[in-house]
Ligand binder design. Structure first.
Ligand code: MTE
Ligand code: MO
Length: 244
């Protein structure tokens, strides 16, 4: 079956299932690998339908990119930067000693310096960051595609998710491989033509422009590649999948 007719069949099937009953949708979604992760068992029916239909319809789509003239004048840095001594010392040293550790289901666990990350292929994009609270801004983000870093460390075939951690303990999150390998998902170190300001996540921030702002974690120093999120489920009440 061609991809197109298969997709039509699944999309049609999901739409019909809306009327015929959620059990049918769950079966279809399961069969085609469209069940979002969970602590165990099946996710809420609503979340499953959202995830499954977005994954089918927007699998290859790009977040909108804007012209430079639409960059927001005074973007709002949400929340406080880290206050601890370690962070202060790293900041005073221009983050020259900042490391990004990449571990888990990878062939070559690696710890990257900021300079190393900056030496890799760079991508800049002007995208919208939307907070779940209703405010948003447009900025230019510069960094290395997460896919490039994952290629360097060699993700194992069974890997399904990337968990990313801030030095701020409460702030960590994860994405599936569709978003991790997406060309617009970046490990950013620049914003609006300058170094990323501390308020917006210096020195490294994961930018996931196809999801809400809370998935774009600031001050990131660790990535973990895994095949299950059971042990890595955020305690926040935000929904895991926040596609926009
Ligand atoms: N480490 C860390 N990452 C974070 C946050 C935070 O407080 N700390 N806030 C999140 C939320 S809720 C949003 S909307 C965006 C806000 O991005 P901004 O601070 O650049 O405006 O960052 C996200 N990433
Ligand atoms: Mo947010």
């Amino acid at each position: 079956m061609s991809n197109l007719s298969r997709r039509k069949l699944i999309t049609g099937g999901l739409a019909a299932a809306g009327a015929a009953g959620l059990a049918v949708a769950a079966k279809l979604a399961d069969r085609y690998g469209l069940i979002p992760p969970d602590r165990g068992g099946i996710y809420g029916a609503g979340a499953t339908l959202t995830y499954a239909s977005q994954r089918l319809l927007t699998r290859h789509s790009l977040a909108r990119e804007f012209p430079r003239s639409l960059i927001s004048k005074d973007p709002f840095p949400n929340g406080d930067p880290p206050h601890d001594e370690d962070f202060g010392r790293l900041e005073a040293g221009g983050f020259a000693d900042w490391r990004l550790a990449v571990e888990g289901m990878v062939a070559r666990p690696t710890s990257f310096s900021l300079a190393e990350l900056k030496s890799y292929p760079q991508r800049s994009q002007i995208t919208h960051l939307a907070c779940e609270e209703g405010w948003s801004f447009i900025a230019e983000w510069t960094g290395v595609p997460l896919s490039h870093v994952l290629e360097l460390v060699g993700i194992l075939p069974q890997a399904k998710y990337v968990v990313y951690y801030s030095v701020q303990r409460d702030w960590w999150d994860s994405v599936d491989m569709a978003d991790a390998l997406h060309p617009q998902t970046l490990i950013t170190y620049g914003m609006n033509g300058a170094d990323l300001p501390v308020g917006h996540g210096a020195p490294l921030r994961v930018r996931v422009p196809r999801q809400l702002g809370y998935k774009s974690i600031k001050h990131v120093n660790r990535l973990l590649v895994t095949d299950s999120l059971k042990k890595y489920w955020p305690e926040s009440s935000y929904s895991w999948y926040a596609g926009i």
